[in-house]
Design a protein around this ligand. Structure first.
Ligand code: FAD
Length: 374
């Protein structure tokens, strides 16, 4: 039996960031994942400069042998409506990465002992922590296994039950030289297309010769049909190849205000998607996942071995200070759908709104400086 202080379930950006943040803590931290890395992850794959600075990423180092596509602005429209171009910024407003590369890079950089091909199913709490599958014992168990995390389930989460989740489909592929030459998407400007009812949006993001196309909605009905008609729309405009594949892997996750998961209990806490932390308007989950990991690391250090729910509840407070209170309906959510859709369509064709609200506030979260944790 492997015995450790902290066992992290999940080697995505949240799990590996926690391991990285605890690397000099003196604690025996170990991580396990059901996949073998590098593994893929359904994601558009853009990260903001705040992610880069919070993780102290050396972009020159990262770019060696990996895709790193700087974005200098966005193109935004309501599906079929007027396309608005945001300012062409001299410095990148975001970066396109490939999750198979990014996640593996962060995991290796964290220098944590990790165990692959371990799919956690059985969790048993004892007096001093948790026993996982008769192979591991830990004093603190951290659920970083994404939306369907088994640790979150053990705390009562019911993915696919009453939770209101974003459901999404996506594909990322390397274009052939002919496809790349014909593709009308400029790699410097990701394109976003809000659904008519504003329940979600589609995107097409070019990262060098990789093309990432997807659509996510906070409404589980008819996703495949929405995705299909979105692809037809893009094909007709030369933005995606006519002969692109028809397989779109799907995934789900929770937006922070609408998530109701318990995030701490005795000897256990949740970070990242397992805790349901993605930003509401953009669905960006990497930054809040990483921030939750750094906040958790800070509290774990302060706990000095006392992993009672009372001691760990400070983590929950820190999350709330950072991300606000949950379950607060925005003004637009309180309005009838047709008003929201009407006003939304007008606003989405306004350059000021797209630049300042959609891009700077919703997608870049530029109003919130990078998290600093002492
Ligand atoms: C279509 C789509 C597009 C997105 N685009 C973006 C984007 O462009 N930018 C952005 O910031 N966010 C985006 N997101 C959200 C983002 O992908 C997530 O918020 C982010 O991956 C959360 O990271 P995480 O480490 O918490 O979980 P994950 O990245 O999901 O990692 C969880 C890990 O846990 C492992 N695991 C799961 N179950 C078990 C188990 N039982 N046993 C062992 N290991 C297990 C998995 O193998 C995985 O490696 C997107 C999401 C979707 C669905």
């Amino acid at each position: 039996m492997i015995d450790c202080d902290v066992l992290i379930v999940g080697g995505g950006p949240s799990g590996s960031s926690l391991a990285w943040a605890l690397r000099d803590s003196g604690l025996d931290v170990q991580l396990l994942d059901k996949h073998v890395f590098p593994r893929d992850k359904v994601c558009a794959g853009w990260i903001t400069p705040e992610v880069v600075s919070t993780l102290r990423l050396n972009l020159a180092d990262y770019a060696v042998g990996r895709t790193l596509q700087p974005f200098h602005g966005f193109r935004v429209s309501r599906l079929g409506g007027r396309e608005v171009h945001t300012k062409d910024s001299a410095t990148p407003v975001s970066f396109g990465i490939r999750r198979c590369e990014f996640d593996y890079y962060l995991l290796q950089r964290s220098d944590v002992t990790y165990h692959e091909c371990v799919s956690v199913k059985q969790l048993v709490r004892d007096d001093s922590g948790y026993v996982i599958g008769k192979r591991f014992h830990t004093r603190l168990l951290v659920g970083a296994g994404g939306h369907f995390c088994p640790v979150a389930r053990s705390l009562g989460a019911k993915p696919g039950g009453e939770e209101t989740a974003v459901v999404a489909q996506e594909t990322e592929f390397l274009m052939s030289p002919a496809q790349a030459a014909a593709c009308k998407v400029d790699a410097r400007f990701p394109e976003l297309f809000f659904c008519e009812d504003l329940a979600g949006y589609g995107w097409v993001v070019r990262k060098g010769d990789y093309l990432n196309v997807g659509l996510g909605r906070e409404d589980k009905h008819h996703l495949a049909e929405h995705m299909q008609s979105f692809c037809e729309f893009l094909k007709a405009r030369g933005k995606v190849p006519y002969d692109m594949g028809r397989k779109f892997p799907g995934h789900a996750y929770l937006l922070y205000p609408h998530a109701t998961r318990r995030v701490v209990d005795d000897h256990v806490l949740l970070i990242g998607d397992a805790a349901g932390l993605a930003y509401p308007q953009s669905g960006e989950g990497i930054r809040p996942g990483i921030e939750s990991a750094l906040l958790a690391a800070q509290i774990i250090r302060r706990c000095q071995g006392d992993y009672s729910s009372a001691a760990l509840s400070r983590y929950e407070h820190r999350l709330e200070e950072r991300l606000g209170r949950r379950s607060q309906k925005s003004v637009s959510e309180r309005l009838p759908g047709w008003i929201t859709a009407f006003v939304g369509s007008k606003l989405l064709s306004t350059r000021w709104f797209v630049q300042n609200i959609v891009l700077n506030r919703w997608f870049l979260h530029a109003h919130q400086p990078p998290l600093t944790v002492e």
